[in-house]
Ligand binder design. Structure first.
Ligand code: FPP
Length: 238
């Protein structure tokens, strides 16, 4: 069954860049009378499964929203729990390296703990030569914050108004040099972008599902890619 499904996915057009808002961990835990931290732990497992699956099917770019600039408003124990999951993942990064996945973090690392910043750098440097999936993990990422930084840089460089083009802005975003996401997936029955990739999502296709992130399986991704294949992308043309 698995083989058949994989063969089928090769016949489809893959988006070049998929972005995922990993939502619903809290509700997944609540349904099971578990603490929210258990939901995030289950969500972290799903993240690893889906990243590996994306690598296996030959996806070029995957960007996941792991922690937003707004998530600091959560109770400190929940924030600590997510940071510890991130630490665990980073310490385990050797496994990903063997799988040829190149990791990059997008967002502002400044307020993160020093050990996390060091592990992030180690993970990015250690996987820099990988030629498989390019995995972007958004940590302390906010789309508006990213645009403010770009505008500040431009102001600092004293560009004249007519030198400020879409390309000049795009080159100053965390995603500089990458293709925009073609396809943005948000599970858990919410229909928002939540400050994710605001600039980059201008022409993205969206896919929503009621499945909570910890329950999200490769078959849901296959279903999403099937739906993507039925969309007609016109980029403002006819
Ligand atoms: C949103 O669900 C999820 C988050 C804010 C955290 C996402 C974190 C992970 C999946 C694990 C850590 C990631 C890595 C890279 C190891 P929610 O808590 O808002 O869910 P709810 O809407 O049901 O409350």
């Amino acid at each position: 069954m698995k083989l058949f499904r994989n063969r089928k996915i090769k016949e489809r057009t893959l988006p070049e860049h998929i972005a995922i808002i990993m939502d619903g961990n809290g509700r997944w835990a609540k349904k099971r009378s578990l603490p929210r931290s258990a939901g995030h732990a289950a969500g972290a497992k799903t993240f690893k499964t889906i990243a590996r699956y994306c690598n296996k099917i030959g996806l070029k770019y995957l960007t996941v929203y792991a922690f937003s600039t707004e998530n600091w408003k959560r109770p400190p124990e929940e924030v600590d729990g997510i940071m510890n999951l991130l630490r665990d993942y980073l310490k385990d990064a050797e496994n990903f390296k063997q799988e040829n996945i190149r990791v990059k973090f997008i967002g502002d690392p400044a307020p993160l703990a020093d050990d996390i910043k060091q592990l992030m750098k180690k993970d990015e440097d250690g996987s820099a030569d990988a030629t498989g999936l390019k995995l972007n993990i958004a940590i302390n990422y906010g789309g508006r914050d990213e645009l403010v930084r770009a505008v500040r840089q431009i102001a600092g460089e004293e560009l004249s108004p007519d030198e400020i083009t879409e390309d000049e802005i795009a080159h100053r975003l965390y995603t500089a040099g990458m293709p925009d996401p073609d396809f943005i997936i948000r599970p858990s029955g919410e229909y928002r972008l939540s400050n994710f990739l605001l600039w980059q999502s201008a022409y993205a296709e969206y896919w929503f599902s009621d499945v909570l992130w910890p329950d999200f399986k490769p078959r849901h991704l296959e279903q999403a890619i099937d739906d993507y294949n039925r969309r007609s992308r016109r980029f403002g043309g006819v």
